[in-house]
Design a protein around this ligand. Structure first.
Ligand code: SF4
Length: 466
């Protein structure tokens, strides 16, 4: 079978499914290639469906002219390039295109590092990709970095317009129905609900310390200033398509409460008008207010609706210095309201935050116990951060009081290679002025111990679906 373009989403591990969920822009790019034959392959999902999956054998069944490999999350640094190597082995004449935030951040270095990569799409790809497939002169295509007689060439950067893009048509993906039953690292054959991550906007106005998609990074990597929400009409059209596919839970890329009441009021009204009664898994970027929570509860299926709140730390000072601007009291009021309106909620803490100390972490432990004793969250998380390339703390380590252990693409590649080969590796990738890697993991274990103690009392509802 011949394809003009093969999209490959690598697993983050060469022999087990890790990071199965794909960047949301893959479908919008695929759908910009209407005049071409295109196939999307999700390696992690294929591994889940076939325990004997062999990538070489699998790719050998196809003929292809171009290959698109996503390297959005740094977790794919090794396997994305392994996939590029494999594709060139199978077809030395194919054009290998790599894109995503990590690829954009390290574009020149990746091209120097890997002769198998022909071109990097820097930033947003929907405008550039069809022109590459069409074989247009690369110097005339925006958002590219490529080699030209051993010289590195970079074309002008510009973000795309979002409203005409189609983020939901996924039929060119192998086993797309099964993809709807995936979480980050797992596929559950018998899972009775489908969920889907939908792009509802791009960009950000915040600069959370740990985030590679923060405002400054978006400007540098994509040329995108601030935050843009897709129109209510475009989002409603996508929600209608997802409802018709039987999707139970939509996971919006953007916190629509930040778009203002005029926007979300219109969106919720439009959902009601079109009879869209779905669940929503919404990660809020700060705290939603009462009117938003009320309207969310009136519009979405409460059985499948969850609000995830990133608290980061029990210390208000540490939280604020890392980009979340609300008090503990405001959070408790918000949790109370969510419960009053029967909306599931999930608080999220982190270990290894810049400015966190052993003492301030006591406040995280205390807050965790308060949440467990006074509220009914569907789940509660605390995880160690990992150094995200392009994040404010990676770009300005002195300002955040951290020492990065990973700086170059080769550092991230090595980390992922070791993980893939099951060799011990530095998981976190930095230490702070107050906490080294061992202390960060110790704090993590202390948090987990509290959870263990409370496990009997902590009883998540049976329909919890994350
Ligand atoms: S984590 Fe912070 S900086 Fe990153 S997208 Fe969310 S709100 Fe923006």
């Amino acid at each position: 079978m011949h394809y003009d373009m093969l999209f490959i989403h690598p697993s983050a591990h060469t022999s087990s499914p890790q990071f199965i969920i794909m960047p949301m822009g893959i479908f919008s790019m695929v759908n910009e290639l209407k005049d071409y034959s295109v196939k999307v392959v999700n390696v992690g999902l294929e591994m889940c469906l076939n325990k004997n999956f062999d990538a070489t054998q699998f790719l050998n069944q196809y003929e292809f002219d171009c290959v698109g490999i996503d390297l959005h999350w740094h977790e794919h640094a090794f396997t994305a390039l392994e996939t590029a190597r494999l594709c060139k082995e199978i077809n030395p004449d194919c054009t290998v295109i790599v894109g995503g935030f990590t690829a954009s951040h390290f574009a020149s270095e990746i091209l120097q590092f890997s002769p198998q990569v022909d071109v990097i799409i820097r930033g947003e790809g929907e405008e550039a990709l069809p022109q590459i497939v069409e074989n247009k002169d690369w110097s005339l295509i925006p958002n590219l970095v490529y080699r030209d007689n051993h010289e590195m060439r970079t074309t002008p950067l510009r973000p795309v317009s979002l409203d005409t893009l189609n983020f939901t048509l996924m039929t060119s993906m192998n086993h797309w129905e099964e993809y709807l039953k995936c979480s980050i690292n797992a596929y559950t054959k018998t899972r009775f609900w489908y969920d889907f991550w939908l792009c509802t906007g791009r960009g950000c106005v915040y600069n959370c310390s740990y985030c590679g998609g923060a405002s400054t990074a978006q400007k540098r990597l994509c040329g995108r200033e601030g935050m843009t929400f897709r129109s209510v009409e475009a989002v409603t059209k996508d929600l209608t398509a997802l409802r018709d596919l039987g999707v139970h839970v939509v996971c919006p890329s953007h916190d629509m409460s930040l778009a203002g009441e005029k926007y979300w009021g219109k969106l919720f009204a439009s959902m009601k008008k079109e009879g869209i009664f779905m669940g929503m898994y919404l990660e809020v970027w700060q705290l939603p207010d009462k009117s938003f929570i009320e309207e969310l509860a009136r519009t979405c299926d409460p059985r499948f609706t969850t609000v995830a709140v990133t608290l980061l730390s029990g210390s208000e000072t540490v939280r604020r210095k890392n980009g979340k601007y609300f008090s503990n009291e405001d959070y408790y009021k918000c949790a109370e309201l969510l419960e009053e309106y029967n909306i599931h909620h999930v608080p999220y803490f982190a270990t290894g935050l810049p400015f966190e100390t052993v003492d301030t972490f006591e406040e995280t432990l205390k807050m965790t116990e308060t949440i467990l004793s006074d509220f009914n969250p569907s789940s509660i998380f605390c995880t160690p951060l990992r150094l995200d390339p392009g994040s404010p703390m990676a770009e300005n380590p002195e300002e955040y009081g951290i020492t990065p252990h990973y700086r170059t693409f080769a550092d991230y590649y090595e980390r992922c290679r070791k993980r893939s080969e099951n060799v011990q590796h530095d998981f976190i990738g930095y230490h702070t002025q107050f906490l080294d890697g061992r202390m960060i993991m110790e704090l993590q274990h202390r948090w987990e111990k509290i959870m263990g103690k409370n496990l009997m009392a902590f009883n998540p509802p049976p329909l919890h679906f994350m």
